[in-house]
Design a protein around this ligand. Structure first.
Ligand SMILES: Cc1cc2nc3c(=O)[nH]c(=O)nc-3n(C[C@H](O)[C@H](O)[C@H](O)COP(=O)(O)OP(=O)(O)OC[C@H]3O[C@@H](n4cnc5c(N)ncnc54)[C@H](O)[C@@H]3O)c2cc1C
Length: 381
């Protein structure tokens, strides 16, 4: 079966793919075990990627970016999935944090932060989730209350990707505690502000090389110019506008993950023998792999269509919600069936399929749980 070439691929993107593939094979794949052990990537990985132009590829050149599109980011996500890495929170930095700044930042904020994010001098994070609330974002308790020409930020966040390495955090906070969603604003908090503290790097089931952390804000004073955008109370709308891209990133990764699991399992079952023949020769194996190949193909076609629509500015929120829940659920099922076909070796963490199985699970939870995705879809029915 020939591999599907995405409809949105171009010659320019093929060069980006070569560059990204080389980078992941040289700088990331050999270090995955180390990243898992230390629960974070090496800080200079960001700088090395920045030097090669792999950071902020979809940010305009005037802000230090590559002047590309979401397709450039999609290529990077696919190449990261190809080597089975989940340690490096690069897509969150590139396609989420940088895009909040690009979309809502003042000219001064964009000039100040985006060039540094593109070189890797600054690592970005976004802090929505709190110990008491995740899905129900209107209920955040973190406050940014104005006192003169400053906001005073108090509260705590949890499960924050890039938490321990972040230099700049977009914090979802209430600037008006009497309001629900209309009281939410996004504020920029630098990690070197007094009162800012990164707590534990959390001990997770999977994605163990990723520095998912707790953050604490105790009377952190930031200038009012750190409000993202021009007016208070726009945070919820800004989140709703950006979350589709975040969900598309997950779907792109899920498809690439499925394709990777399938390729590994085809190779494994053709080389492993039982009862005098390759495991691949058993009808059950062929049926399971045929099902996985079908899932991967359908997912690829659907997500490619979503990417093309997104590039044209036509991707709607319910469609990307469908892509997010469906691809992540199918990716989990594909990984589970592929793991089974590896027998006991599938349960050994040195086998990429074992890692894919645990790493995939969270995709059904973050960026909006799959139940929330179905709520979004159901509202349109
Ligand atoms: C590895 C990892 C990385 C993460 N990175 C980040 C990050 O960088 N920044 C950030 O802000 N957050 C991050 N998160 C947090 C993640 O987005 C939240 O965990 C997620 O949104 C769910 O919120 P919750 O954990 O509070 O679960 P809850 O909201 O408490 O949900 C618990 C269960 O209830 C269900 N539920 C809730 N509401 C409804 C409803 N209305 N209808 C039906 N079912 C419902 C959920 O689907 C879920 O099954 C990360 C999480 C993990 C695990």
């Amino acid at each position: 079966m020939t591999a599907q070439t995405s409809s949105w691929m171009t010659e320019d993107l093929a060069d980006v793919r070569d560059l990204a593939r080389n980078f992941f094979e040289k700088e990331v794949a050999p270090n995955i075990e180390k990243f898992i052990e230390q629960h974070h990537v090496d800080r200079d990985l960001w700088n090395k990627a920045g030097e090669l132009g792999l950071l902020c590829m979809s940010i305009p050149e005037e802000y230090g970016g590559g002047g590309g599109t979401f397709a450039h980011e999609a290529v990077l996500i696919e190449e990261q999935a190809r080597v089975g890495d989940t340690s490096w929170g690069v897509s969150l930095h590139n396609s989420i944090v940088a895009h909040y700044l690009l979309s809502y930042g003042t000219e001064e904020q964009k000039q100040k932060w985006l060039p540094k994010m593109a070189t890797g001098e600054v690592v970005g994070a976004i802090a929505m989730t709190e110990p008491g609330t995740g899905s129900d974002l209107q209920n955040v308790k973190t406050k940014a209350i104005q006192h003169g020409d400053e906001y005073v930020v108090n509260g705590s966040k949890t499960f924050i990707t890039n938490g321990s390495q972040a230099d700049l955090v977009i914090v979802v906070a209430k600037t008006d505690t009497a309001e629900a969603k209309n009281g939410i604003s996004l504020v920029l908090v630098e990690a070197d502000r007094p009162g800012y503290r990164c707590g534990r790097v959390l001990d997770k089931l999977g994605q163990r090389g990723q520095d998912t952390a707790e953050l604490f804000f105790d009377d952190v004073r930031i200038p009012t110019s750190n409000l993202l955008g021009t007016a208070e109370g726009l945070g919820f709308i800004q989140l709703m506008q950006q979350l589709p891209q975040e969900r598309l990133i997950i779907a792109v990764g899920a498809v690439a993950g499925m394709e990777g699991a399938l390729a590994q399992t085809i190779a494994y079952t053709k080389s492993r023998q039982a009862f005098g023949k390759p495991i691949f020769a058993f009808q059950n194996t062929k049926f399971k792999l045929a099902e996985a190949a079908t899932d991967a193909k359908i997912a690829r076609v659907f997500v490619d269509d979503c990417v093309s629509k997104h590039l044209r500015g036509e991707l709607d929120i319910p469609t990307v919600a469908m892509a997010k829940w469906w691809t992540t659920e199918r990716a989990m099922s594909v990984a589970d069936n592929c793991l089974q076909l590896h027998g006991g070796y599938g349960y050994m963490t040195e086998y990429p399929i074992a890692r894919a199985w645990v790493d995939n699970r969270v995709q059904m939870i973050y960026a909006g749980t799959n139940e929330i995705m179905k709520e979004i879809i159901a509202r349109t029915l």
